[in-house]
Design a protein around this ligand. Structure first.
Ligand SMILES: Nc1ncnc2c1ncn2[C@@H]1O[C@H](COP(=O)(O)OP(=O)(O)O)[C@@H](O)[C@H]1O
Ligand SMILES: [Mg+2]
Length: 263
């Protein structure tokens, strides 16, 4: 989409790596509300990686990129503030979800993740690397969107910057991320984080919640307390995602197929 001008409004989130602003973009057809993600000067490579990931994975289940400005290090994104809410805020406002509410949402998220993980002639496989309750938005009862591809990368191309950058959301980090077992870090890190997300949706809180030092020990060594929702098969799928050994976790494609049977 060609923007003839962008008028910036208020900053809504100020992060370490970026600022999120509301804005209005003028196009030939008229004007449109958008979100501007403005990335810090030091994060040029991250900016380029995020753009590439959004372009390759363009899909209704991930945040839409309208365009970007390389010099200003800004990307122009679909605005979810009106129709959407992050899972984190949703649970803050409404508490945990019933299996009936969670199933179509988890199915939608697993479909998008299966797409991101798939390699085709058109696109490489990507690892999102920061699936969390803040980075998934609910649009309606059965529709979600994944945002924040700032940490994502092509499967097999572990970015050197990740050795120094913050690597994700502590409670959602898989054991192999914590132990920096780089050659074991595959798309299964997203499957693990998806399991934590589903767990939080059904229980109201993540399974491991201590402060960072002991949190990492819990993640590597403790078994999560059972979910005990009223939907045993759903509980089992999510618990399978939380296997400590990444090779024992199901693929996102397999999870999507299973979830579709139950909804
Ligand atoms: N397109 C969007 N629509 C609505 N809110 C957004 C959008 N993009 C980001 N946000 C909000 O800004 C926060 C930070 O954006 P994110 O892309 O996750 O950046 P960071 O890499 O700093 O985590 C998100 O958690 C979300 O609340
Ligand atoms: Mg984020």
């Amino acid at each position: 989409m060609d923007f003839t001008a962008v008028k910036y409004n208020e900053i809504i989130v100020r992060g370490n790596y970026s600022k999120i602003l509301k804005a209005v973009a003028k196009t030939e057809q008229g004007s449109q509300e958008i979100i501007v993600k403005r990335v810090n000067n030091t994060a040029r490579k991250t900016f380029l990686r995020e753009i590439a990931a959004l372009q390759y994975n363009a899909n209704p289940g991930i945040i839409r990129l309208y365009g970007y400005d390389n010099k200003k290090k800004e990307m122009y994104l679909e605005d979810l503030t009106d129709q959407g809410i992050s899972i984190s805020r949703y649970i803050d406002h409404n508490g945990k979800l019933t299996p009936k509410e969670a199933l179509p949402l988890l199915s939608s998220i697993s479909k998008s993740l299966a797409y991101i993980h798939t390699r085709t002639t058109e696109k490489p496989a990507f690892i999102h690397y920061d699936i969390s309750d803040n980075n998934v938005f609910i649009l309606n009862v059965a529709e979600t969107k994944i945002i924040d591809f700032g940490t994502s990368f092509e499967d097999g191309g572990y970015p050197a910057e990740h050795d120094t950058w913050c690597i994700g959301t502590p409670r959602y980090n898989a054991p192999e991320k914590i132990t920096k077992n780089r050659n074991k870090e595959t798309t299964a890190v997203d499957v693990y984080a998806f399991g934590i997300l589903g767990y939080k949706m059904l229980v109201g809180i993540e399974p491991f919640t201590e402060m960072v030092g002991s949190l990492n020990r819990q993640i590597c060594f403790d078994s999560p307390a059972p979910i005990n929702s009223t939907h045993k098969p759903l509980d089992n799928i999510l618990m399978d995602c939380l296997a400590k050994d990444p090779r024992q976790r199901p693929s996102m494609d397999n999870i999507y197929t299973q979830l579709e049977q139950y909804r």
